[in-house]
Design a protein around this ligand. Sequence first.
Ligand SMILES: *Cc1c(COP(=O)(O)O)cnc(C)c1O
Length: 398
Amino acid sequence: MPGFELFGEKEKAEVQDVLDNGVLMRYGFDGLRNGHWKAKELEKALAVRMRTKYAQVVSSGTSALTIALVSAGIGAGDEVIMPTFTFVASFESILAIGAIPVLVDVDDTLTLNPEAVNKAITSKTKVVMPVHMCGSMADLDALKSICEEHDLLLIEDACQAIGGSYKGKPLGSIGDLGCFSFDYVKTITCGEGGGIITDSENYFKNADHYSDHGHDHVGNDRGAETHPFLGYNFRISELNAAVGCAQIERLDEFLSIQEKHYSILRHTLSEIPEVTFRRVPEGGVENYSFLNFFLPTEELTRKAHKALGEAGVDGCFYWYNNNWHYYRKWEHLIEKNVLGKLPKDVLQGLPDYTQYDFSASDYWISRTISCLIKLSWTEQETKERADKMKTVISGLLS
Ligand SMILES: *Cc1c(COP(=O)(O)O)cnc(C)c1O
C-alpha cells in the first residue's frame, strides 16, 4: 500500500519547486508566490479523480474526519455510528467535537454490518461512518438506504481505500462526505495530509473555512477576509501538498501494481480449501492494498500468523491483537482516559463499552489475517512469497 515505496523524481521536483519559490503556506502571499498553489492543485486533482464537485486538502486524515463532521453540523451529544474494526482516528475525530462514538459490529466484509447499524440507531444518531478498512467497503447501498430512512448522514472514512470503487463510483464519493489520509503509510502520501470530498457546496465551504481558523478566503490575498464562524488550524503546508501532487498522478499506476501482486497471492492461497477470503459486496472493487483472508478457527489463525512471521513473511497483520485497530485493545477509550476535561455531559454520554456484546466482530476478526501488498515487490518475489505462505499455512492444516 505505501506510496512512500515509490518515491522519486516527480516528488522531489514538486518539493523543490516550492522551496525555490519560497512560499510554504497554502493561503495568502499572492504576489510572492508567482502562481504556485500546490494545495489548490492537489484539491483540483483529487476532485477530478474522485468525480466530486469539491475537495479540501488538510493536515491529516484524522483532521479530515473531524472537519467533515463539523462541516455537516455534527457536534456535542450527537451519536456517530462507527465500526469496532478501524483505526483509533475514528473515535478521536468524533470525541474531538464532543460527539459520541457508538461502536457497531463488523461482518465478513470486515466493515460495518448494516443490520447491526440498524439496531444501534437512537434518537441521537446523526451519522453512519463506514470505514473502508484494508481497501474494501461495506454494503454501501444498504447503509445508504438506512441513512435515507432515518435521515442520517453517511460519511465515508476512505483513508485506507483510495482508488477502490463501488458500483462504478470512487470510494469516498458515495456518502455525503468522504475522507482520505495521505499519511506516510497510505496508498498515496504527502508525508502527512488528508482530504475531504463532497458534492455539497455548503459542506465544502464550511470545510474550507473551518480548517483555516474560520477565514472565508474571499478576495485577493488575506486582507479582505472575514470570519463567518470560529475555526481551527488544520492546514496542510505547501511542501506536503507538493508531494501529494506528484503522488496522485501515480495513483492508477500504484493500483495496478497492487492488483497484480494481490492476484498472485490470492490465486496461490485459494488452492488451500480451508482458506476463505473477505467478502467484497456486489459491485465493489478493492484498491488491493491488503489481501484479507480467514482461517477456520482463532487458534489456527494465531498459529498461522506466528508461523508466517517465523518463516520471514513480513507484513502480515493479526488485527485481533492490535491496539490501534480493534476495539478490544482500546483501553484509553473503554476506560475514558481523557487528558484535560471533556464537558460533563459528553463524558456521561459515553457508553459503557464493556457492556456491549461484540462477539460477532470477534468471530471474524479473530480469524482474519491481512497481508500488506507492497508496491516494491518484483513478480518473482511475490510468487515466492505466495508459495511460502501456502507451504506454511498448509503445513499447519495437515
Ligand atoms: C490512517 C487512517 C486515518 C487517519 O489518518 P491520519 O492521516 O494518519 O491522521 C483514519 N482512518 C483510517 C481508517 C486510517 O487508516
